[in-house]
Design a protein around this ligand. Structure first.
Ligand code: SF4
Length: 248
Protein backbone atom coordinates (compact mmCIF):
# COMPACT_ATOMS: atom_id res chain seq x y z
CA UNK A 1 0.00 0.00 0.00
CA UNK A 2 1.29 3.47 -0.84
CA UNK A 3 2.41 5.44 2.21
CA UNK A 4 0.58 8.73 2.89
CA UNK A 5 2.43 11.90 1.95
CA UNK A 6 4.24 13.72 4.75
CA UNK A 7 3.63 17.40 5.33
CA UNK A 8 6.73 19.64 5.27
CA UNK A 9 6.64 19.71 9.09
CA UNK A 10 6.50 15.94 9.20
CA UNK A 11 9.48 15.71 6.82
CA UNK A 12 11.47 17.86 9.22
CA UNK A 13 10.41 15.79 12.23
CA UNK A 14 11.12 12.49 10.52
CA UNK A 15 14.51 13.61 9.22
CA UNK A 16 15.50 14.65 12.73
CA UNK A 17 14.86 11.11 14.01
CA UNK A 18 17.43 9.46 11.74
CA UNK A 19 20.23 8.18 13.95
CA UNK A 20 22.61 7.26 11.17
CA UNK A 21 22.96 7.46 7.42
CA UNK A 22 21.41 4.05 6.78
CA UNK A 23 18.28 5.09 8.62
CA UNK A 24 18.23 8.45 6.88
CA UNK A 25 18.64 6.83 3.45
CA UNK A 26 15.75 4.49 4.20
CA UNK A 27 13.48 7.30 5.35
CA UNK A 28 14.35 9.53 2.39
CA UNK A 29 13.64 6.74 -0.06
CA UNK A 30 10.05 6.48 1.16
CA UNK A 31 9.23 10.19 1.08
CA UNK A 32 6.18 11.36 -0.90
CA UNK A 33 5.88 14.90 0.43
CA UNK A 34 5.92 16.79 -2.90
CA UNK A 35 2.91 15.80 -5.05
CA UNK A 36 4.28 17.24 -8.31
CA UNK A 37 7.62 15.47 -7.94
CA UNK A 38 6.08 12.17 -6.85
CA UNK A 39 3.84 12.25 -9.93
CA UNK A 40 6.78 13.12 -12.20
CA UNK A 41 9.30 10.60 -10.86
CA UNK A 42 6.73 7.81 -11.02
CA UNK A 43 5.45 8.68 -14.48
CA UNK A 44 9.03 8.75 -15.82
CA UNK A 45 9.60 5.38 -14.17
CA UNK A 46 6.46 3.95 -15.74
CA UNK A 47 7.04 5.40 -19.23
CA UNK A 48 10.85 4.82 -19.39
CA UNK A 49 13.23 5.93 -22.09
CA UNK A 50 13.29 3.56 -25.06
CA UNK A 51 16.93 2.60 -24.47
CA UNK A 52 16.11 1.54 -20.89
CA UNK A 53 12.78 -0.11 -21.68
CA UNK A 54 13.82 -3.45 -20.17
CA UNK A 55 14.96 -1.92 -16.89
CA UNK A 56 12.97 -1.47 -13.72
CA UNK A 57 13.26 2.20 -12.74
CA UNK A 58 13.87 3.19 -9.12
CA UNK A 59 11.23 5.93 -9.35
CA UNK A 60 11.71 7.13 -5.77
CA UNK A 61 13.74 9.75 -3.90
CA UNK A 62 17.46 9.16 -4.31
CA UNK A 63 19.50 9.08 -1.08
CA UNK A 64 23.09 10.22 -0.67
CA UNK A 65 26.01 7.94 -1.40
CA UNK A 66 29.38 7.56 0.29
CA UNK A 67 30.93 6.81 3.67
CA UNK A 68 29.74 8.22 6.98
CA UNK A 69 33.20 9.58 7.81
CA UNK A 70 33.44 11.68 4.65
CA UNK A 71 35.70 14.72 4.83
CA UNK A 72 34.44 15.99 1.52
CA UNK A 73 30.86 16.35 0.31
CA UNK A 74 29.64 17.00 -3.20
CA UNK A 75 26.28 18.74 -3.31
CA UNK A 76 24.23 18.58 -6.50
CA UNK A 77 20.84 19.87 -7.52
CA UNK A 78 18.56 16.84 -7.90
CA UNK A 79 18.57 13.37 -9.50
CA UNK A 80 18.22 13.10 -13.26
CA UNK A 81 15.00 11.56 -14.60
CA UNK A 82 16.79 8.72 -16.41
CA UNK A 83 19.93 8.72 -14.23
CA UNK A 84 19.44 8.58 -10.48
CA UNK A 85 15.69 8.19 -10.84
CA UNK A 86 16.37 5.07 -12.92
CA UNK A 87 19.25 3.52 -11.00
CA UNK A 88 18.54 4.67 -7.44
CA UNK A 89 22.00 6.14 -6.92
CA UNK A 90 22.82 9.77 -7.27
CA UNK A 91 24.63 10.78 -10.52
CA UNK A 92 24.53 7.16 -11.62
CA UNK A 93 23.69 6.08 -15.14
CA UNK A 94 23.88 9.40 -16.96
CA UNK A 95 26.45 11.61 -18.70
CA UNK A 96 26.81 13.95 -15.74
CA UNK A 97 27.77 11.03 -13.55
CA UNK A 98 30.18 9.71 -16.18
CA UNK A 99 32.11 12.98 -15.96
CA UNK A 100 31.91 13.27 -12.17
CA UNK A 101 32.90 9.72 -11.25
CA UNK A 102 35.74 9.64 -13.80
CA UNK A 103 37.12 12.76 -12.08
CA UNK A 104 36.65 11.26 -8.61
CA UNK A 105 38.55 8.19 -9.77
CA UNK A 106 41.40 10.31 -11.14
CA UNK A 107 41.48 12.13 -7.80
CA UNK A 108 41.74 8.84 -5.88
CA UNK A 109 38.32 9.36 -4.30
CA UNK A 110 36.60 6.43 -6.05
CA UNK A 111 37.73 2.84 -6.66
CA UNK A 112 36.50 2.81 -10.26
CA UNK A 113 35.85 5.44 -12.95
CA UNK A 114 32.26 4.50 -13.73
CA UNK A 115 28.95 4.43 -11.91
CA UNK A 116 26.27 2.50 -13.75
CA UNK A 117 24.09 0.78 -11.14
CA UNK A 118 23.64 0.41 -7.39
CA UNK A 119 25.43 -2.96 -7.41
CA UNK A 120 28.38 -2.13 -9.66
CA UNK A 121 30.96 -2.27 -6.85
CA UNK A 122 31.66 1.46 -6.74
CA UNK A 123 33.14 2.63 -3.45
CA UNK A 124 33.86 6.26 -2.63
CA UNK A 125 36.72 7.27 -0.37
CA UNK A 126 36.34 10.19 2.05
CA UNK A 127 33.49 11.53 -0.07
CA UNK A 128 29.72 11.70 0.27
CA UNK A 129 27.56 12.83 -2.65
CA UNK A 130 24.02 14.12 -2.20
CA UNK A 131 21.51 16.47 -3.75
CA UNK A 132 19.62 19.46 -2.42
CA UNK A 133 16.36 17.96 -3.74
CA UNK A 134 16.00 14.18 -3.62
CA UNK A 135 13.41 13.59 -6.37
CA UNK A 136 13.92 14.15 -10.08
CA UNK A 137 12.11 17.38 -11.06
CA UNK A 138 10.64 18.22 -14.48
CA UNK A 139 13.21 20.19 -16.52
CA UNK A 140 15.63 19.83 -13.58
CA UNK A 141 13.79 22.70 -11.91
CA UNK A 142 12.35 22.15 -8.44
CA UNK A 143 10.11 24.90 -7.13
CA UNK A 144 11.21 26.93 -4.11
CA UNK A 145 8.54 25.14 -2.04
CA UNK A 146 9.88 21.72 -3.11
CA UNK A 147 13.43 22.82 -2.31
CA UNK A 148 12.37 23.96 1.15
CA UNK A 149 10.28 20.86 1.85
CA UNK A 150 13.24 18.63 0.98
CA UNK A 151 15.83 20.66 2.88
CA UNK A 152 15.54 18.79 6.22
CA UNK A 153 16.83 15.60 4.57
CA UNK A 154 19.96 17.46 3.48
CA UNK A 155 20.32 19.17 6.83
CA UNK A 156 20.16 15.89 8.72
CA UNK A 157 22.67 14.29 6.35
CA UNK A 158 25.11 17.15 6.88
CA UNK A 159 24.58 16.88 10.65
CA UNK A 160 25.37 13.16 10.55
CA UNK A 161 28.69 13.66 8.74
CA UNK A 162 29.53 16.90 10.53
CA UNK A 163 32.24 15.33 12.77
CA UNK A 164 34.51 14.71 9.77
CA UNK A 165 33.18 17.07 7.10
CA UNK A 166 35.71 19.73 6.06
CA UNK A 167 34.80 20.76 2.51
CA UNK A 168 31.58 20.99 0.51
CA UNK A 169 31.82 21.26 -3.27
CA UNK A 170 28.64 22.90 -4.59
CA UNK A 171 27.89 21.89 -8.17
CA UNK A 172 26.18 24.95 -9.59
CA UNK A 173 24.38 27.96 -8.19
CA UNK A 174 21.33 26.05 -6.94
CA UNK A 175 23.47 23.82 -4.71
CA UNK A 176 25.54 26.82 -3.60
CA UNK A 177 22.37 28.60 -2.47
CA UNK A 178 20.99 25.44 -0.83
CA UNK A 179 24.11 25.17 1.30
CA UNK A 180 23.47 28.28 3.40
CA UNK A 181 20.28 27.10 5.13
CA UNK A 182 22.04 23.80 5.82
CA UNK A 183 25.02 25.64 7.24
CA UNK A 184 22.80 27.81 9.37
CA UNK A 185 20.77 24.88 10.71
CA UNK A 186 23.57 22.41 11.32
CA UNK A 187 26.31 24.76 12.51
CA UNK A 188 24.00 27.20 14.25
CA UNK A 189 25.69 30.14 12.61
CA UNK A 190 24.34 33.05 10.65
CA UNK A 191 25.33 32.94 6.97
CA UNK A 192 27.19 35.99 5.73
CA UNK A 193 25.14 38.88 4.39
CA UNK A 194 25.26 39.44 1.54
CA UNK A 195 25.86 35.79 0.71
CA UNK A 196 29.07 35.06 -1.18
CA UNK A 197 28.38 34.81 -4.91
CA UNK A 198 28.59 31.47 -6.66
CA UNK A 199 31.30 31.04 -9.25
CA UNK A 200 33.53 28.29 -10.54
CA UNK A 201 36.39 28.20 -8.06
CA UNK A 202 34.64 30.53 -5.62
CA UNK A 203 35.49 29.73 -2.02
CA UNK A 204 33.56 30.69 1.10
CA UNK A 205 34.87 30.07 4.59
CA UNK A 206 32.56 31.20 7.36
CA UNK A 207 33.40 31.03 11.04
CA UNK A 208 35.75 28.54 12.60
CA UNK A 209 33.60 25.45 12.80
CA UNK A 210 31.85 25.03 9.45
CA UNK A 211 33.32 23.42 6.36
CA UNK A 212 34.73 25.40 3.47
CA UNK A 213 32.33 25.83 0.55
CA UNK A 214 33.87 25.52 -2.89
CA UNK A 215 31.98 26.36 -6.09
CA UNK A 216 32.19 24.28 -9.26
CA UNK A 217 30.18 24.51 -12.46
CA UNK A 218 27.61 21.74 -12.55
CA UNK A 219 28.64 18.57 -14.39
CA UNK A 220 25.57 18.83 -16.63
CA UNK A 221 25.85 17.95 -20.30
CA UNK A 222 25.11 21.58 -21.07
CA UNK A 223 28.38 22.52 -19.36
CA UNK A 224 30.57 19.57 -20.27
CA UNK A 225 29.53 19.32 -23.94
CA UNK A 226 30.14 23.01 -24.51
CA UNK A 227 33.50 23.02 -22.75
CA UNK A 228 32.33 25.41 -20.05
CA UNK A 229 33.44 22.72 -17.61
CA UNK A 230 36.37 20.58 -18.78
CA UNK A 231 37.84 17.49 -17.10
CA UNK A 232 40.93 19.55 -16.24
CA UNK A 233 38.77 22.18 -14.49
CA UNK A 234 37.04 19.46 -12.50
CA UNK A 235 40.39 17.91 -11.60
CA UNK A 236 41.59 21.27 -10.33
CA UNK A 237 38.52 21.73 -8.11
CA UNK A 238 38.83 18.24 -6.64
CA UNK A 239 42.57 18.69 -6.03
CA UNK A 240 41.82 21.92 -4.22
CA UNK A 241 39.01 20.30 -2.24
CA UNK A 242 41.31 17.45 -1.23
CA UNK A 243 43.92 19.93 -0.05
CA UNK A 244 41.38 21.87 1.99
CA UNK A 245 40.05 18.64 3.46
CA UNK A 246 43.51 17.47 4.48
CA UNK A 247 43.44 14.63 1.98
CA UNK A 248 46.19 15.74 -0.38
S1 SF4 B 1 11.71 16.18 -3.16
FE1 SF4 B 1 12.35 15.62 -1.07
S2 SF4 B 1 10.65 16.22 0.27
FE2 SF4 B 1 9.86 16.17 -1.85
S3 SF4 B 1 9.02 14.08 -2.12
FE3 SF4 B 1 11.13 14.04 -2.82
S4 SF4 B 1 12.33 13.39 -1.04
FE4 SF4 B 1 10.33 14.07 -0.30
Amino acid sequence: MTKPALTPDEVAKQAATAGDLAELDSLVSGCRACPRLVEWRESVAATRRASFREQEYWGRPVPGFGPADARLAILGLAPAAHGGNRTGRIFTGDRSGDVLFAALYRAGLANQPTSVSRDDGLVLRHTRIFAAVRCAPPDNKPTPAERDTCAPWLHREVALIRPTLRVVVALGGFAWAAWWPAFSRVYDQRPPSPRPAFGHGALARVGDTGPVLLGCYHVSQQNTFTGRLTPAMLDDVLARAKGLAGLA
